[in-house]
Design a protein around this ligand. Structure first.
Ligand code: ADP
Ligand code: MG
Length: 582
């Protein structure tokens, strides 16, 4: 039998260095990571077996087992899932396929952000074992392949690992952590991962809802016997048996009735699902009976992920068909502007072999996506419109993190435009706080005012100093100040709110209608006549550079300002497109 040595990919080596040197404050997470890998492996097998039953090899009872060896100071997590062959092990446990890893490394290197909980987000969970172990042995055999084609993978978590071919009768993977002494009962203040109760508690904390049994060997009380073989009353000890017992709930949370689920359970489930370490901001759990029947459990996180705006950022929901896990990040189940939502969809109305391509085409999936979007917007609407101060605060918190993403929906999801527009909040020329809704603005409009006026700018200071505002300020007309990059683009799609037109005051002529009094109109007319010679000169001088030169009533203190034609790109928009390389 030959052993081959391999070097970790550079990023893995870098990552491992960080894992072992920076993440020790969060040692516990390795349990969650390794259990979730085992669970993923079982899900994958179950999925493949829907097409090829023989993969079960007459062992269809999928489970995860946790074993301890006090002498060898090892903790072993095994599964009878899909398993790996040597090539798989080299690929999956030697490289990092995920594109977000570089960003992860940068973030981790950032001295004060060394948070172990980040690790799962980036799909580098296996390596978390090296927080507590100075050596990891993986033994695996792939479903459907001969026992002789098993693999043993060994590494001390520094620069390299070795692999060799082994014979392994049982299908699946076992991961043995050779615990560092400080995690094997010899570290002060550190957890002892050879202790059943410690590990059991961690499983309950992190992995209770994994829909597979997680098992440990049963302990049994054994009485102490005296020399005559008689029981010594009250004396004896617990000994391990060969029998295993299930230590988690092993039910899929979303299949229970909401009345039977506590807030804590919802929160823990969310953390498991999202790798977030804080509770979600809000959630909604429903059984939808319509054209398509499905269960939806949707969460709004408290904090935006660092890659909310990255093109390749993962989004979408976990999709299950009849409780069989089908895929992660099913992006078809949510519109893009709700990409921050996490959750689970379980339906009996899709085939088990559904692929991403099929999802794209499916009308049932479209119905689910629409249902999800509406449900999230309703949830947000109920927070925003609530009398309850707590809920209002939650909405403000949400808006701070995700408000700008939500605005994308004005363009992306015109069927819900109205619903979205109701949720938007802005600063205005009379109120710096980002809390004015279009409805608030309307309620404060002046008598005779016919439009909702707004202005887009790079930031609040620029907006407030804009010459375009002068006339409005003078007349005491409030103007909404939009300062997000997305505003200009998004507002192209929103032309009115609740019957009142929306008007960008930097575009085209300002017609204040009834708010202009006769004498002002007269003045403007007079000025136009008086200034005609100057205007003509300017027109000649700026020919080709300015489309038109006009006498304007919009300025009060400034001498001149640039205005964009109705329907033309504003300077902000032009800049944004340029930055995007258009
Ligand atoms: P992720 O789970 O996000 O893919 P991990 O670092 O946790 O990232 O695992 C890396 C890969 O190693 C997995 O994608 C999988 O291919 C493989 N792997 C890890 N654990 C197991 C296991 N118990 N059984 C089969 N494959 C596994
Ligand atoms: Mg993982």
């Amino acid at each position: 039998m030959t052993t081959t040595n391999h070097h970790f990919e550079a990023e893995v080596a870098q990552l491992l260095h960080l894992v072992t040197h920076s993440l020790y404050s969060n040692a516990d997470i390795f349990v969650r990571e390794l259990v979730s890998n085992a669970s993923d492996a079982c899900d994958k097998l179950r999925f493949l077996a829907t097409a090829d039953d023989s993969l079960y090899e007459n062992d269809g009872e999928l489970a995860i087992k946790i074993d301890f060896d006090q002498e060898a100071k090892t903790l072993t997590i095994s599964d009878n899932g899909i398993g790996m062959n040597e090539a798989d092990a080299i690929e999956h446990l030697g490289t990092i396929a995920k594109s977000g890893t570089k960003a992860f490394l940068d973030k981790l290197s950032d001295s004060d952000k060394k948070d172990g909980n980040l690790i799962g987000q980036f799909g580098v969970g296996f390596y978390s074992g090296f927080i507590v172990a100075d050596k990891i042995t993986v033994e695996s055999r792939k479903a459907g392949e001969p026992a002789e084609q098993g693999v043993r993978w060994v590494s001390d978590g520094t620069g390299s690992f070795s692999t060799e071919t082994i014979t392994k009768d049982s299908r699946g993977t076992s991961i043995t952590l050779h615990l560092k002494d400080i995690y094997a009962g010899e570290g002060e203040g550190e957890s002892n991962y050879l202790d059943r109760h410690t590990v059991r508690q961690l499983v309950n904390k992190y992995s209770d809802h994994i829909s597979l049994p997680i098992q440990m060997r049963k302990q049994e009380w054994q009485d102490e016997l005296d020399d005559d073989g008689k029981v010594v009353a009250g004396k004896g000890e617990y000994v391990l048996t060969d029998e295993y017992e299930t230590i988690n709930q092993a039910t899929a949370l979303w299949t229970k009735s909401p009345a039977d689920i506590s807030d804590d359970e919802y929160n823990e489930f969310y953390k498991n699902l999202s790798y977030d370490y804080t509770d979600p901001l809000a959630y909604t759990h429903n059984r939808v009976e319509g054209r398509v029947q499905y269960t939806q459990l949707l969460y709004i996180p408290k904090k935006a992920p660092f890659d909310l705006y990255a093109r390749e950022q993962q989004r979408g929901l976990k999709l299950y068909v009849k409780r069989v896990f089908i895929m992660e990040d099913a992006e078809q189940l949510l519109p893009m502007y709700l990409r921050f939502v996490k959750g689970v969809i379980d339906t009996a109305d899709l085939p088990l072999n559904v692929s991403r391509e099929i999802l794209q085409e499916s009308r049932d999936v479209k119905a689910i996506r629409d249902g999800n979007a509406r449900r999230v917007l309703t949830l947000l609407g109920s927070l925003a419109g609530s009398e309850d101060a707590d809920k209002q605060a939650k909405f403000a918190e949400f808006y701070q993190e995700f408000g700008d993403v939500l605005k994308e929906g004005l363009g992306e999801d015109q069927s819900n435009q109205e619903r979205i527009a109701k949720l938007l909040r802005y600063a205005t020329s009379t109120d710096d706080a980002t809390k004015t809704s279009f409805a608030d603005y309307k309620a404060r409009m002046k008598e005779g005012q016919k439009a909702i006026y707004y202005l887009t700018a790079d930031n609040l200071a620029a907006a407030k100093n804009s010459p375009q505002l002068e006339l409005f300020n003078k007349k005491g007309i409030e103007v909404i100040l939009m300062t997000a990059r997305v505003d200009e683009w998004a507002m192209n799609f929103l032309h009115e709110f609740d019957g009142t037109p929306l008007k960008n005051i930097a575009k085209g002529a300002v017609d204040l209608g009834e708010l202009t009094d006769e004498s002002e109109k007269q003045q403007t007319k007079q000025a136009e006549e008086n200034l005609k010679p100057i205007v003509d000169k300017l027109k000649t001088a700026l020919d080709g550079r300015a489309k038109d030169v006009r006498v304007s009533s919009r300025l009060v203190d400034s001498a001149a300002c640039l205005v964009v034609g109705e329907g033309e790109l504003s300077p902000q928009m032009a800049q944004m497109l340029k930055a995007m390389g258009q």
